[in-house]
Ligand binder design. Structure first.
Ligand SMILES: O=C(O)[C@H]1O[C@H](OP(=O)(O)OP(=O)(O)OC[C@H]2O[C@@H](n3ccc(=O)[nH]c3=O)[C@H](O)[C@@H]2O)[C@H](O)[C@@H](O)[C@@H]1O
Length: 437
């Protein structure tokens, strides 16, 4: 140790200083003492700064950005008043109604599905962790909307088994509409952990609780068109290969489909996966292109429009939210009962996967032209090569299976759907937040 110190000490800060040394031992001791004092001083300063930062940060940033930390947030649940709200929200109010636990109820699709179920007299209880992947105030506004129609959203995470078990103790849900997920294709490169946390760990946790529930519910859940990945055979059919995901997001959704197979096989859970194709509409997700294009066009900011190699068109089978809601309700209504009880399978159970698309792909540049007409503003277009971050060049759903089994028949074209979206957007963001909410 001392050897090392003298070695460090003997390195001159300037060559001149080194020459002036008459008694290296005394001089070194003096320098050692002053270095020690400096070191102590700066250590205290550093410690002080850390403490200041530590104590200030929770108030300045109440919702941490890191989703694994987000999940450590504690939620308040339980108690007689809370149970009463849960029961009342989940109470069936129509003949032949069902009682549904909707996860991700403050999300885009979750809000619309919850409202539609409630309208027809089904019992609906929402669950959402209100994370800050995108503006939580939009989620709160959706929550307020549902609250007015009698849907209570429990605040909590699908990874919280105690909470899930409690919910099944209070209500014998006949169905689970599982829409809680980490969405977004490109964000997976920034925050891979959040996809594993919600789409894999959270899904498994939910299935664990469902398999042990008595009676077991039937489960309908959101898969994604992205599972088709690099598949080039169009339109995409449920029989096509899904073993070439282009993003971690897609890989977690594909994993979900395999996990669903396992729980169906071992425990007799009735499971239906819905492969949604780029869902858009009022109350949509601000991280999606049609949404932030609208915002940026209105602000006069330039937007990046992706194109494939050799000026190849990038296109999506954009699907309007009301069509998706009809597909979700039809999937719930045709879901057979799970066959297990007490965690044991009694017989084979239903296992299904459906495409829910519009079956009419539109180039992204056309989407922008429609928005320009509706907003009456010209977009500042910045044509860019499709980045290699998970995006695929096109999607196109074959919906004949959903048509046959669910009576699914999308009826809203992009022009009509975007018109409704723009009307909502303008009213929501032009100070009419309250009116729209
Ligand atoms: O269909 C699906 O399964 C997926 O649909 C969307 O994913 P995506 O189709 O990529 O939707 P957007 O992110 O809104 O992108 C739409 C189109 O705009 C393009 N785009 C996106 C962003 C951008 O800056 N510029 C641009 O041209 C994309 O390449 C894509 O072709 C959702 O974000 C996913 O959560 C969902 O699972």
């Amino acid at each position: 140790m001392s050897k090392q110190m003298s070695h460090l000490d003997n390195i001159p800060s300037t060559p001149g200083k080194f020459k002036m040394d008459k008694s290296p031992y005394i001089h070194n001791r003096l320098r050692w003492h002053s270095s020690l004092a400096k070191l102590t001083f700066w250590s205290f300063m550093f410690l002080g700064l850390i403490l200041i930062f530590f104590f200030r940060s929770p108030s300045s940033n109440p919702l941490p950005q890191d989703p694994s930390r987000r999940s450590l947030r504690t939620y308040n649940w339980g108690g007689p008043a809370w149970e009463k709200r849960v029961r009342s929200s989940a109470r069936i109010r129509s003949r032949n109604g069902i009682s549904v636990l909707v996860t991700g109820a403050a999300g885009f699709v979750g809000t619309h599905v919850s409202a539609a179920l409630k309208r027809r007299g089904d019992g609906v209880l929402g669950l959402d962790n209100f994370n800050d992947y995108y503006d939580p105030s939009l989620k709160r506004a959706r929550q307020a909307l549902l609250e007015r129609s009698g849907v209570f959203i429990v605040e909590g995470d699908i990874n919280d088994s105690a909470l899930l078990r409690k919910l099944f103790e209070v209500v014998a849900f006949t169905h689970v509409m599982h829409l809680a997920a980490q969405a977004g294709v490109r964000y997976a490169m920034e925050n891979p952990g959040s996809y594993v946390h919600s789409n894999i760990a959270g899904f498994v946790n939910l299935l664990e609780v469902c398999k042990s529930a008595n009676p077991q519910p039937a489960i309908v859940w959101a898969s994604s068109s992205s599972v088709y990945g690099l598949n080039t055979k169009v339109p995409f059919s449920e029989r096509d290969r899904t073993d070439q995901p282009a993003s971690l997001y897609a890989a977690t959704k594909k994993a979900g489909e395999e996990i669903a197979h396992t729980y169906n096989h071992i425990y007799g859970l009735s499971l239906t996966g819905l492969r949604f194709f780029t869902v858009y509409g009022p109350w949509g997700r601000p991280d999606m292109a049609y949404f932030f294009f609208t915002r940026d066009i209105l602000k006069g900011k330039s937007i990046s429009i992706f194109e494939a190699a050799n000026h190849g068109t990038v296109a999506r089978d954009f699907t309007y939210i009301d069509d998706i809601v009809k597909g979700c309700l039809a999937a719930l209504d045709t879901a057979e009962k799970s066959t297990g009880s007490g965690g044991k399978k009694k017989g084979p159970a239903q296992l299904r996967v459906f495409n829910l698309g519009n079956t009419s792909p539109v180039p992204v540049s056309d989407l922008v032209s429609i928005l320009e007409r509706l907003l009456k503003v010209n977009a500042k277009r910045n044509i860019m090569k499709l980045p290699r971050n998970g995006d695929v060049q096109f999607t196109h759903a074959n919906i004949s299976l959903a048509q046959r089994e669910l009576g699914y028949k999308p009826s809203t074209d992009l022009q009509t759907g975007l018109k409704k979206f723009v009307r909502w957007y303008l009213s929501y963001y032009s100070g009419g937040k309250k009116a729209a909410g």
